[in-house]
Design a protein around this ligand. Structure first.
Ligand SMILES: [Ca+2]
Ligand SMILES: [Ca+2]
Ligand SMILES: [Cu+2]
Length: 269
């Protein structure tokens, strides 16, 4: 687990490379889809954090011009627009519709929403160590789930950003925003889109250094924290800005946060 890759971000706590032992577990080949999340909401009446707060974060390139002009921005990352009326059913703001995206990952779901889905479905979020073990697909210390080269033979194997971030997305990989959860070929363990498409919530609290001296057997992360781990990168990741589609890359967000590039996959056992 972990990396000392020269292309990595040591400040994120990607290293050191360490030996981890995990008990057997199961993990879903795909992230949870809009169709699956709709079944959950229908059964439980669950109201997501984005719906309670009345807004979520949308990449401004997906907004109609008028909404994009009006929207408040995240100062440090102005391509993120704060858009009222955005939620998992309306992923690109009010007036948009996830109806045509049934087999795409559900987005605008917080860590709490993901937990609620797990409670209902008798599953759980993977620990960060489980996620990484599964995402590696049996390869040892490879940079990506399929090897060390991003586009072997010029072929795109995951959904990230091509062009100039954040102004021009050529979608050379076939997808401007999210892709269907089974797009591209799976890794050695049969998991789809661990790299790119959407960030995936993990169970652990985030820390940049807890793991350095932390448990090596079934690690579950620190006992407390302010943000939850997200792994895998998303359709908005570009090598010029954030190459966190590498398998060892890490990120985090507060557990009530949601955005158009964050989803989750479930585990069990
Ligand atoms: Ca793409
Ligand atoms: Ca992913
Ligand atoms: Cu990124």
């Amino acid at each position: 687990m972990g990396t000392d890759d020269a292309e990595g971000f040591p400040a994120d706590g990607e290293g050191p490379v360490r030996q981890i032992e995990l008990s057997p577990f199961r993990i879903d080949p795909t992230t949870v889809t809009n169709a699956q999340f709709a079944t959950f909401v229908k059964a439980t009446g669950h109201v997501t954090d984005a719906e309670r707060f009345g807004f979520s974060f949308v990449f401004d390139g997906f907004l109609p011009p008028q909404l994009a002009r009006q929207a408040q921005r995240v100062q440090a990352a102005p391509w993120w627009a704060v858009v009222p009326g955005t939620d998992w059913r309306h992923p690109h703001g009010p007036g948009s519709d996830a109806g045509a995206l049934q087999n795409h990952p559900v987005v605008h779901v917080s860590w709490h929403d993901a937990q609620a889905y797990c409670d209902w479905s008798g599953t759980r979020l993977p620990t960060e160590a489980e996620w990484e073990y599964a995402a590696r697909g049996g390869l040892e210390q490879a940079r990506y789930p399929w090897g060390d080269e991003l586009t072997p033979g010029g072929r795109h194997l995951c959904n990230i950003w091509q062009g100039d971030f954040p102004t021009r997305n050529t979608a050379a990989d076939g997808h401007l925003g999210t892709a269907p959860v089974k797009a591209y070929r799976p890794n050695g363990y049969g998991l789809y889109n661990v790299a790119g498409n959407v960030w995936e919530w993990c169970a652990d609290w985030f820390s940049v250094d807890f793991h350095v001296t932390g448990p090596r057997l079934d690690p579950t992360g620190p006992a407390e924290g302010t943000s939850r781990v997200m792994r895998g990168g998303s359709h908005m990741c570009h090598e010029s800005y954030c190459n966190r589609y590498r398998i060892a890359a890490r990120s985090a967000n507060t557990p009530d946060s949601s955005a158009g590039n964050i989803g989750f996959r479930v585990a069990a056992g």
